[in-house]
Design a binder for this molecule. Sequence first.
Ligand code: HEC
Ligand code: HEC
Ligand code: HEC
Ligand code: HEC
Ligand code: HEC
Length: 461
Amino acid sequence: MAEAKSSKTIVFIAFAVGLALMGGLAYLLTNIKGNKDVSGIYTAKYVEITEQTNDPEHWAKNYPRQYASFAKTQQTGTIKTPFGGNAREDKLKKYPDYVRIWGGKMPFAVDYASARGHHYAMIDQAIETKRNQPPFKQPGACAHCHTGDWNKLVAEIGVDNVTKTPYKELYDTGKISKKGVVCADCHDPKTNDLRITRPGLVNALESQGVDWKKASRNEMRSLVCAQCHVEYYFQGDNRSVVFPWANGKNLVEGMKIENQYEYYQKINFSDFKHGETGAPMLKAQHPEFELNAFGLHAQSGVSCADCHMPYMRDGNIKVTDHWVRTPLDNINGTCMQCHRGQSEAKIYERVVDIQTKNKELLRVAEKALVSAIDAINAAKAGGATEAQLAATFELQRKGTYFWDYIAMDNSIGFHAPQESARILGKAIDFARQAEIEAMKLKSGTASAVTASTASQPAVKK
Ligand code: HEC
Ligand code: HEC
Ligand code: HEC
Ligand code: HEC
Ligand code: HEC
């Protein structure tokens, strides 16, 4: 009896404790949900994330799976492909002609290296590069793409106060840390939705009547990258970051190189004066988003993330690989998802073949540009004046911009093989035209062309 009674008591106690536990758990769960119920279906929300808590390690508490792959962008020198990979390598040593093409004195002619992982997107640009050391002084506008503290700092002091303050000063005074690309650059801290925050892109899209808030999920999988992997320039005293896309009938037209070039002509913009010839020059930078738009993949709806941030399996959960890197390191997880019929080896060969041909044309363009510089120098030595050289200068400027645009594309022509070859064909033509004009001046048979008539045949398609 006594035994039976005590076992009943135990059952009752166990039941009561169970109830209490369940109640407690339910209370806890509602509390977690109440705090924030927008973390999506992927993980429970453990900490609150705001614009001010921008450290990826803080986000990692809620999203450990995404953080685990994201953290691999710290790796360096571990991947090597024929033209890409995650090492920081001196490109001026590899391509000495670049120094003369850029005129020997401007920042790129002093230091230009290959890109590595997103973790280094502040360290390499503010600290490692000679381009941000005396005699060079860069504006905070660099931080538009080179600090994980952009959104945090903009919320505190406003965009203009960030872009016009010297980049080095932002770091020296502790306004920005060593954080490279962070979660908040692509995700809303509250909802985790993909978002765009960089004014360069927001304004460029607006100039074409595009509202990114209405973009599809698939479009966002490329637009987040377009905040940084694009051609840009700094405008006015605030050094505002502007993408030169406003000169086309629609977004894709606006991104076409001819229209970008015309945009710069219209506002009479130059980045630097050529150190040898004195021509007013433009400097192109990483136009990945623009060039990619002219390739078959973008036109078939393939996004940057499909190749650089594919889905992967983590146990039986599907997550996005946040180790943004060359897809050649993971052909099975990227290309093969759509090109099932081919072997990995064939696909690899196809990429390297496209890139090798692109490099071949780049070298032809470089020889033509160096010949043009030599011819202009000779004409100047022979007494040609700046006024007489105006048309030749414009050909040098245009040829260099068209070459640079492709030389700076980090896919080495893969994203848009035909468009890249078309642009290089024109670059070679402009460079040789510049050489011929300079030779005519030297031999005293200068044609009566003016800067504006010289540029016309070039602009025609
Ligand atoms: C906030 C600016 C920013 C955004 C947004 C951004 N990138 Fe980058 N990305 C960079 C910078 C800067 C580097 C070079 C870092 C370095 O070399 O120190 C880089 C490097 C890379 C690399 C080279 C990595 C390696 O291992 O060599 C790839 C590939 C890349 N980005 C692709 C993308 C893709 C795809 C997206 C969109 C999903 C994207 N990036 C979004 C700024 C950005
Ligand atoms: C609109 C975005 C954007 C702005 C503004 C920008 N960068 Fe970059 N930068 C990138 C991206 C994307 C990469 C990676 C791709 C590459 O290396 O071409 C990069 C790469 C670099 C690199 C590493 C490769 C190299 O060229 O040696 C350096 C250094 C650099 N940037 C310096 C600067 C400096 C200095 C400024 C300000 C004058 C600046 N960047 C402004 C987007 C930007
Ligand atoms: C169809 C697949 C595909 C798409 C879509 C794609 N890329 Fe690439 N990307 C590649 C390949 C292949 C390379 C060459 C990698 C190499 O040489 O190792 C590359 C190279 C790069 C690199 C240089 C990587 C390195 O290791 O140096 C960057 C940066 C980059 N892409 C950015 C982008 C951006 C931004 C977009 C969208 C606008 C994009 N890519 C769309 C396949 C793709
Ligand atoms: C360069 C842009 C970029 C950065 C930086 C970035 N993400 Fe993402 N993230 C993406 C893209 C693109 C997707 C795919 C979204 C889609 O397809 O709707 C994604 C998806 C996600 C998802 C949804 C689940 C999944 O795996 O698809 C989570 C959660 C996430 N990211 C967390 C993070 C965290 C945490 C960080 C920082 C440690 C981070 N992301 C940094 C671009 C980025
Ligand atoms: C999301 C799907 C998808 C992914 C991922 C993808 N492709 Fe494609 N690819 C396509 C589509 C669609 C086309 C257009 C032609 C077609 O319909 O077959 C194409 C065309 C091509 C072409 C011929 C056109 C050209 O631009 O030269 C090559 C080469 C190619 N892909 C290589 C690759 C490589 C290399 C990768 C991985 C880095 C890759 N693709 C990843 C869907 C994809």
